[in-house]
Write a protein that binds this ligand. Structure first.
Ligand code: GRF
Length: 220
């Protein structure tokens, strides 16, 4: 059997994306194993999910560090100790510094609950509603030095309904996050992601030119 990709997951919150990755590794959708789950938040539900799955967990509380650099160093060291090959940010609410990026070049990915490059940053579901956008969605991308600016791997689109609030839109987006993140990780594990500047191609994968969405729907 081929060697499994060694995955390190960083999470700060509830951990539903972590769960989808745990499930993907268990059911064979991802040719990988999560070798460590790190959280900056001692209260993170993600830590419970990891423990329940029998995974190695580390809580590195950023509040215990006087500088971000020192916190980053501690996280990087844990990832290196566990021989992590892919760093997966799953609701990790800290900015990644340059030295962290340099330790894992082209090997850090993130999921963002909007259709980048629209609505980077925080509270983006409400921002998309307030803007009056007709669609939002989620984006898996490589991490670079900016905020949600790295090369895009895969996106899913959901409609924004007139009746939506932050919670209903977030839930609709989250359902899609749980589909596209395991897929992106599997492509990485298979060595199928080719990055050329800003553009990512998936080797041997066919796209559909008729994948068109219109919201609100046409009359007929
Ligand atoms: C997700 O919406 C993700 O896109 C964002 O933070 C949220 C994390 O949710 N970066 P969970 O902790 O995976 O449930």
């Amino acid at each position: 059997m081929a060697k499994k990709l060694r995955i390190g997951v960083l999470a700060s919150g509830g951990g539903t994306n972590l769960q989808s990755i745990i499930d993907g590794c268990t059911n064979g959708d991802i040719d990988g194993q999560i070798v460590v789950v790190i959280s900056n938040n001692p209260e993170a539900g993600a830590l419970n999910r990891a423990t329940n799955a029998g995974l190695t967990t580390e809580c590195i509380n950023h509040r215990n560090f006087s500088q971000r650099q020192l916190f980053d160093n501690a996280v990087v060291q844990k990832l290196l100790d566990n021989r992590v090959e892919l760093v997966v940010l799953a609701g990790f609410m800290r900015i990644i510094g340059q030295q962290f990026l340099d330790a894992f070049p082209g090997r850090i990915i993130n999921i963002h609950p909007a259709l980048l490059p629209a609505f980077p940053g925080l509270h983006v579901q409400q921002k998309a509603i307030d803007y009056g956008a007709r669609f939002s969605g989620c984006t898996v991308h490589f991490v670079d030095g900016g905020v949600d600016t790295g090369p895009i791997i895969i996106q899913a689109v959901v409609p924004i309904l007139d009746t939506d609030n932050d919670d209903t839109l977030s839930a609709r987006i989250l359902d899609q996050e749980h589909k596209i993140y395991p897929q992106a990780i599997q492509w990485f594990a298979q060595g199928k992601l080719k990055v050329d500047g800003r553009k990512v191609s998936i080797i041997g994968h066919t796209q559909k030119p008729d994948a068109v969405l219109i919201n609100p729907p046409l009359n007929s």
